[in-house]
Design a protein around this ligand. Structure first.
Ligand code: SDX
Length: 440
């Protein structure tokens, strides 16, 4: 396997097992934690490391996104998220994530035209939607249709062809919004609305969701900017569960559409991207600030599976910078749609204030994350909670395709194949030792 130039630290990591000491190289990062390369551990010491949930494990090397969880910093290719949210737009951020630097005006214009020209879907894909029940969750349609794209775009399945890889990433990002809008239209029983080439990515998404055959949706610059900012904020986030799923699927050589469908599946979970829908539903269940104490007690009770949705994060042990930006956008969007005092926003702000004074939340460093305020904005724009994770998935196609590309182009990339701590039966003979239980 090809080696890689590394930024080695002077001293090595030492591990002593059964009175034998092993040394492992430590690689310095550009920013943040260094890593110990233990890839030779099993071959020299016949032992595995054990890290369920990968709390202390770097699964890969990446140049795409940096997070400092203690300081609440998020950067895409070195650019602070606050600056990108203010000055950039989603398609420029897609280009930045995939190609590594900001495009010049000519490149950006060309890239936007390429993305726009991929927003249409093959006409037969409409049949896939007909197969879903009307009350199917829109994420079920996202998973199914995204995977099906591989059967329609067979000229971009060769992962070893750089042009096909790039074309596949453009198709995935562009078509994800069209699929998401179609899933929404299908779930509300309205006919599909085609994309328009004279609209920006975010304007087009709002148009495809909210126009109908009787009336053109009037696109407001405030709402399309809020939509675009939400897409930027959700675009990538290092090696989170869904991105790791895309990388693992891609490591077997699976085609890009199948890998992204796997990422959509993982994102759907309420502990991950499904938290934005769960957070709004939780706020609606809490109802008023009077009930906050009852729910905080539930969240602190180990015996109660209830968690404060939109709170806590594996990496951020400080305020999620994306939540800060979203909190600031909330009132602007609510004012624009004529909701001066939204009881749900007031409840969210009260809940945050009280929770952040609680010892339990302080000790465990639990802060609002990206999912705590996003639902309030999306609901104000006009989306039902079931569409929140679809919107997250559309945005994250940028990060998934960028991370997938980086993995495929990594010279030391190989199939991901973790091992285990086996604690099952010792060898048994086939025969009498059958289960004594009468139910299974
Ligand atoms: C996203 O990884 C990413 O980058 C994800 C994401 C991205 O952009 O890709 O940022 C998007 O998924 C944001 C997270 C959305 N999920 C939620 O809001 C769901 C609620 N949050 C929790 O489920 C939890 O905080 C996680 C899943 C987000 C993080 O879980 P970890 O890192 O495994 O932390 P943990 O569950 O071990 O929690 C540590 C402690 C535990 O208590 P102890 O066992 O130590 O006593 O904190 C408690 C947890 O019980 N805890 C919570 C809590 N979150 C953690 N207690 C109450 N409410 C919560 N929300």
């Amino acid at each position: 396997m090809r080696e890689k130039k590394r930024n080695l630290t002077k001293n090595k990591a030492k591990l002593s097992i059964n009175n034998k000491t092993y040394e492992f190289p430590i690689y310095k990062s550009t920013e943040g934690e260094s890593v110990i390369d233990i890839s030779k551990l099993h071959s020299i010491a016949n032992i595995f490391t054990y890290d369920p949930g990968f709390t202390s494990t770097a699964s890969c090397e990446s140049k795409i996104t940096f997070i400092d969880g203690e300081k609440g910093i998020l950067r895409y290719r070195g650019y602070d998220i606050e600056e990108l949210a203010k000055k950039s737009d989603f398609i420029e951020v897609v280009n930045l994530l995939i190609y590594g630097d900001l495009p010049n005006n000519k490149q950006l214009k060309k890239y936007k035209r390429l993305i726009t020209r991929h927003t249409l879907l093959h006409d037969q894909i409409i049949n896939f939607f007909q197969g879903f029940r009307r009350d199917a969750h829109p994420m079920a349609m996202m998973v199914g249709v995204m995977g099906a794209l591989s059967s329609f775009y067979q000229d971009t399945l060769d992962i070893h062809d750089a042009h096909q890889r790039q074309e596949a990433t453009r198709r995935i990002v562009a078509k994800s919004a069209t699929i998401g809008a179609m899933a929404y239209k299908y779930s509300i029983g309205q006919s599909f609305v085609s994309p328009k080439n004279n609209l920006s990515f975010s304007e087009n998404f709002l148009h495809m969701c909210f126009s109908n055959t009787a009336e053109e949706y009037k696109i407001s610059p405030i709402l399309s900017k809020a939509m675009d900012t939400i897409f930027i904020l959700h675009a990538d986030h290092e090696q989170n569960a869904s991105t790791s799923t895309v990388r693992l699927a891609g490591s077997s050589g699976a085609n890009p559409f199948a890998c992204i469908a796997a990422g959509v599946s993982s994102l759907w979970g309420p502990a991950h991207g499904g938290a934005n829908q769960a957070a709004l539903e939780m706020l609606e269940e809490i109802g008023t600030s009077k009930n906050i104490r009852k729910y905080l007690n539930k969240a602190k009770n180990k015996k109660d599976p209830f968690k404060l949705m939109g709170f806590g994060h594996r990496v951020y042990k400080n305020y999620d910078p994306r939540a800060k930006i979203l909190k600031n956008i909330c009132q602007k969007v609510l004012n624009h749609v004529g909701i001066k005092n939204d009881p749900i926003l007031k409840l969210a702000i009260d809940l945050e204030k009280i929770a952040l004074r609680e010892k339990y939340f302080i000790d465990k460093k639990l802060y609002p994350n990206v999912d705590f305020y996003s639902g309030i904005i999306l609901r104000a724009i006009g989306f039902p909670p079931e569409m929140f994770t679809v919107i997250f998935a559309i945005a994250r196609t940028a990060g998934w395709t960028a991370q997938w590309t980086e993995m495929i182009e990594d010279p030391i990339q190989k199939i991901g194949r973790p091992r285990q701590l086996y604690t099952g039966n010792k060898p048994l003979k086939y025969g009498k030792n059958r289960s004594k239980k009468n139910t299974r």
